[in-house]
Ligand binder design. Structure first.
Ligand code: SAH
Length: 210
C-alpha cells in the first residue's frame, strides 16, 4: 500500500517535470515531496498526479504540476529567500515554495480558498508561511522588498506595483494578458528592470478587489 502516493509523485516528477527540462534539484525534490492530492477536492483526488490543471472551486484551478515546477524553477531560489505569492488558491504552489525558500508571504482574495489552503498547510506543519486575505494586485504593502514574487493568476498588464516590491537581484514570474497570455520573467538589477517573455500560458484572471 502506498497511502501517501509517493510512487505516483515520483512518476509525475520524472515524466511530467524532469522530462520536460526542469533540472533544479530543489524543485524536483519539492515536487516529489509535497502531497498534491491533499490540495485537490476529494472527488478529484484520483487525478491529483495527472498532467493537467484541476478545478478547486470558486471558478479557480490548481495549475498543472509542470507549470508549478517551471514557474518555481524560474525564480532560481537557493534557500532563505523572502517570497511573495499572489493567489494562494489550493496552497499547493505555496507548499512547493515553502519547501525551498526561507519565508513565503501569500495573498488570496477568495476567503473559503484561503481558509482551506491554510488548514492543509498548517496540517502539514509549514511554519514559514504568512497568510493574508485580500487583493494582492498591489503586493503586501510595508513588507517589501521581496527576493522573489510569483503571481498565479493573469494580470491584464504588467503589474508595476509588484515590480516596485522586487528587491535588487530579485525575480518575478507573472502571466500577463487577457485572452492570449504570456509568462514573463522580470528581474530587478542594479540598473533597472529587465522583462523577458517565456511562453504562452492560460491562467484564470486576477480579480480586482474593491
Ligand atoms: N497557486 C494556486 C493557483 C490558484 S489559481 C494553486 O497552486 O492552487 C489563482 C488564484 O488567485 C485563485 O485562488 C484566485 O482566487 C486568486 N486570485 C485572483 N485574483 C486575486 C487577487 N487580486 N489577489 C489575490 N488572489 C487572487
Amino acid at each position: 500500500m502506498d497511502s501517501d502516493r509517493a510512487r505516483e509523485r515520483r512518476l509525475m516528477t520524472d515524466t511530467q517535470i524532469r522530462a520536460r527540462g526542469v533540472r533544479d534539484p530543489r524543485v524536483l525534490a519539492a515536487a516529489a515531496k509535497v502531497p498534491r492530492h491533499l490540495f485537490v477536492p476529494e472527488a478529484l483526488r484520483v487525478h491529483a498526479y495527472a498532467d493537467e490543471p484541476l478545478p478547486i472551486g470558486h471558478g479557480q484551478t490548481i495549475s498543472q504540476p509542470y507549470i508549478v515546477a517551471y514557474m518555481t524553477e524560474a525564480l532560481a531560489l537557493r534557500g532563505g529567500e523572502k517570497v511573495l505569492e499572489i493567489g494562494t488558491g489550493s496552497g499547493y504552489q505555496t507548499a512547493v515554495l515553502a519547501e525551498i525558500a526561507g519565508e513565503v508571504w501569500t495573498i488570496e482574495i477568495v476567503e473559503p480558498l484561503a481558509r482551506q489552503a491554510r488548514a492543509v498547510l498548517d496540517g502539514l506543519g509549514y511554519a514559514n508561511i504568512r497568510y493574508r486575505l485580500g487583493d494582492g494586485s498591489a503586493g503586501w504593502p510595508g513588507e517589501g522588498p521581496f527576493d522573489a514574487i510569483i503571481v498565479t493568476a493573469a494580470a491584464p498588464v504588467m503589474p508595476a506595483a509588484l515590480e516596485d516590491q522586487l528587491g535588487v537581484g530579485g525575480r518575478m514570474i507573472v502571466p500577463v494578458g487577457t485572452d492570449l497570455q504570456e509568462l514573463y520573467l522580470v528581474r530587478r538589477t542594479g540598473q533597472g528592470i529587465e522583462r523577458g517573455r517565456l511562453l504562452g500560458v492560460r491562467f484564470v484572471p486576477l480579480v480586482r478587489g474593491s
